[in-house]
Write a protein that binds this ligand. Structure first.
Ligand code: FA5
Ligand code: MG
Length: 346
């Protein structure tokens, strides 16, 4: 009996020494060795079965005490080792907050999208809503409803990428005019819409032309809309885009879907109208086409041109971006050269 007591006390003493190990793995080994199913504590419990009740009770208490002390020692050592590991990491991973930050390679909004956003915001501030149309457009909306019947020669200037005999990649954003007018009635006036989007033409690519480019269409229909409204809007737009000193000039032009039609120039920002290489010595740079919506377009979509009128304008986004940022070749927009794109980070 007392021999077993002594054995247990010795066991406890060696266990408490072995627990002072320095790594988690051997600590676990120690735990298994003493407290595991095949360990001495379990053995001692089995041995109890054959004892007298009185002796069994006393011995059982001793076994439990020893077991509890070993378990507590293991637990304490575990905490110590974990604390030490954390302290070690903190010491190793000192952070020098005076070091320069790592360069994060963030993207930026494409210059064309920046111009679209800017112009959209300008028109929204005047109460226009933004609309979208399909890029694969029907002959009907791209030409027919814009007063460009099948045999009209003006189609040749844009004649384009046909998907089938009746559908093509839209050649301008003007198709959205007809789509919008069709879906509205005179009870819903005024109609004020802006529509940015990609368009496609069979043009040969050069410094100022691309077979794919972007346009922004803007149009209004209401009672008593005149050239004065168009001119005022264009003036405000030109100054918003190119600065408060800019003047605009309207030149007579032709579009089948507007009458009268104008081509709009803005005074050259580089030479202030004196003539330079940017404006080809004219003092003016063309930015868009516009006009009063043709009575035929209104009639075809169910409006009475005797009662309502409107203006429409369509501008090339690349041309405006090129003027605004002094870009000499339209192809820069489409080659994804980071040296070019990074200049437009805001
Ligand atoms: C039109 O596309 C008319 N739909 C504009 C319009 C709308 C007139 C509403 C009246 C009322 P135009 O073909 O001129 O017009 O093109 C308009 C603008 O698109 C041009 O001023 C130019 O800035 C741009 N553009 C035309 N072709 C190209 C091209 N191949 N590459 C880049 N930009 C182009
Ligand atoms: Mg033109």
């Amino acid at each position: 009996m007392s021999e077993q007591h002594t054995l247990l006390e010795e066991l406890l003493a060696t266990a408490l020494v072995e627990v002072q190990t320095d790594d988690l793995k051997s600590l676990n080994d120690v735990r298994v060795k003493y407290l595991g199913k095949k360990g001495p504590i379990q053995e001692a419990m089995k041995a109890m079965k054959g004892m007298e009740p009185e002796a069994r009770k006393e011995f059982g208490q001793l076994v439990n005490t020893v077991k509890g002390q070993i378990a507590a020692a293991v637990e304490n050592r575990l905490l110590e080792l974990e604390q030490a590991a954390i302290a070690q990491r903190l010491a190793n991973e000192t952070l020098d907050i005076t070091l320069p930050a790592q360069n994060l390679h963030t993207g930026s909004i494409h210059p064309l999208q920046q111009v679209v956003d800017d112009i959209t915001a300008f028109f929204r501030s005047m109460g226009y809503e933004a609309a979208e149309g399909p890029e694969v457009e029907t002959d009907f909306y791209n030409f027919e409803m814009l007063n460009l019947p099948h045999d009209h020669p003006a189609r040749d200037m844009q004649d384009s990428f046909y998907v089938d005999p009746h559908r093509l990649l839209r050649t301008h954003t003007s198709g959205v005019q007809a789509r919008t007018f069709e879906s509205r009635t005179e009870a819903q006036l005024p109609i004020k819409v802006i529509c940015p989007g990609k368009v496609y033409r069979r043009d040969d690519d050069d410094a100022t032309h691309s077979h794919q480019f972007m346009q922004i269409e803007a149009f209004i229909v209401d009672e008593n809309i005149s050239m004065a409204n168009l001119k005022g809007t264009l003036q405000a737009l030109a100054r918003h885009l190119f600065g408060a000193d800019r003047e605009i000039r309207l030149r007579p032009s032709f579009f089948p879907f507007t009458e009268p039609s104008v081509e709009v120039d803005v005074s050259c920002a580089k030479c202030n109208g004196a003539g330079c290489n940017v404006c080809k010595q004219t003092g003016w740079i063309e930015i868009l086409g516009a006009g009063l919506i043709h009575p035929n377009v209104l009639t075809m979509t169910g409006f009475d041109p005797q009662k309502v009128s409107g203006f429409a304008l369509g501008m090339g986004v690349e041309r405006i971006a090129m003027l605004k940022y002094g870009i000499e070749d339209i192809r820069h927009f489409y080659v994804n050269d980071l040296r070019f794109l990074n200049q437009f980070k805001r």
